[in-house]
Write a protein that binds this ligand. Structure first.
Ligand code: PLP
Length: 399
């Protein structure tokens, strides 16, 4: 007998963004005037029509189990959204409604991976991807991207990373953490590789509504029958509808994958909260003006942050076209000193910024880019100005 814990589970790192956000909250609770650029969620409240639908669901007694992969009416609404917004033809038996985008990804990788299967992950990546792949017995294979391609993986890089064990590619557009948006041409070239080498594309489109400057979000699965068959389209309401706490994500997949995901979910969590499902139905089918207003606010803040960052020393960035993050390269400051301590990574800067300047940034070592940090602009204009003023002061104070 042994009291050893699961080796697979204990190798999982806690989410460093949640750790940083918790630290900022704790400092705030102590009365410290802290500006947090760590937010991975909109600062807006969920629109009232969505909340009202949830209240009505409660009052109507819609409080029982639903089918594990979601109610028929919600799956139909998701199909309609996929058709109208993404030009993707899915039937309700191809849809699985899960407890947030993270849960969708867990279901996906449990459904498709066998031990030894490789999953290509372009770096910088959202830090949850490698941990989820590993938990599901897969092996992450990283591709390093940089500013020269706008932090986007090219079809050539992806082809070069393929082996006989390649099972899937994770493609996040608009991207967390870089804010980059893949163009149709880039996606067509990637789709060609996926078809030739015969692997799945797990398309994480969680930020699909949040694109700026007229950039167009394109779903790779819409680019022809062959790529459609290999695409697992993942999206949800958390970011676009300010519904992070409600916990609802959804996928469109080939029928056989949806079936397996539904079975897994039926044992692990059953259905998403019935009330959340009613709220999601209203989100997808009700008025969309407020969603567009939130998008416009993010666009304004993106411009504000870009203007202020471009006046600062040492920082380099590619202006994001989507999501709500700036991805900033700090390597020009490496070797400089603050109070006798050499800055050698974004994590070094983050530690000083939180303690001495009361600003929280997210160092991106866990995102596959230790030289960079991420700034969220899902905070007020005033906080953006105040926080970036402090960041600028820190950079000026470096010797
Ligand atoms: N995908 C990306 C790229 C994300 O950044 C997030 C959340 O941060 C998610 C998926 C998951 O969102 P949730 O589980 O909150 O619905």
């Amino acid at each position: 007998m042994s009291l050893e814990l699961s080796r697979k589970a204990t190798q999982v790192k806690p989410s460093s963004t949640l750790v940083i956000t918790a630290k900022a909250k704790a400092m705030k609770a102590e009365g410290i005037d802290i500006v947090g650029f760590g937010a991975g969620e909109p600062d807006f409240d969920t629109p009232a029509n969505i909340k009202d639908a949830a209240k009505k669901a409660l009052d109507d007694g819609f409080t029982k189990y639903t089918p594990a992969p979601g109610t028929v009416e919600l799956k139909e609404a998701v199909c309609k959204k996929f058709k109208e917004r993404n030009n993707l033809d899915y039937a309700p038996n191809q849809i699985v409604i899960s407890n947030g985008g993270k849960h969708s990804l867990c279901n996906v990788f449990q459904a498709i991976l066998n031990p030894g299967d490789e999953v290509i992950i372009p770096a910088p990546y959202w830090l949850t991807y490698p941990e989820t792949v590993k938990l599901c017995d897969g092996t992450p294979v990283y591709i390093k991207t940089d500013a020269s391609t706008g932090y986007k993986a090219t079809a050539e890089q992806i082809a070069a990373a393929c082996t006989e064990n390649t099972k899937a590619l994770i493609l996040c557009t608009p991207s967390n953490p870089t804010g980059m948006v893949y163009t149709k041409d880039e996606l067509e070239a990637i789709a060609k590789v996926a078809i030739e080498k015969d692997f799945y594309v797990v398309a994480d489109e969680m930020y699909e509504y949040l694109v700026y400057d007229g950039a167009e979000h394109v779903s790779i699965g819409s680019l022809g029958d062959e790529i459609y068959k290999r695409t697992i389209t993942c999206s949800g309401l958390s970011k676009s509808y300010a519904m992070t706490g409600w916990r609802l994500g959804f996928t469109g997949t080939p029928v056989e994958i949806a079936k397996v995901m539904g079975s897994i979910q039926s044992h692990q969590t059953s259905n998403v909260n019935s009330i959340t499902q009613k709220a999601a139905l209203e989100a997808l089918t009700g008025p969309q003006e407020e969603v567009e207003e939130m998008r416009k606010s993010f666009e304004r803040r993106r411009n504000l942050m870009g203007d202020l960052l471009s006046e600062m020393k040492y920082v380099k960035f590619v202006k994001p076209q989507g999501a709500f993050y700036y991805f900033v390269d700090l390597s020009d400051a490496f070797g400089k000193e603050y109070k006798g301590k050499k800055i050698e990574s974004a994590a070094d800067a983050a530690a000083i910024l939180i303690e001495d300047y009361h600003v929280v940034i997210v160092p991106c070592a866990d995102f596959g880019a230790p030289e960079c940090f991420r700034l969220s602009y899902a905070i007020s204009d005033d906080d953006i100005k105040k926080g970036l003023g402090r960041l600028s002061q820190f950079l000026d104070d470096l010797k």
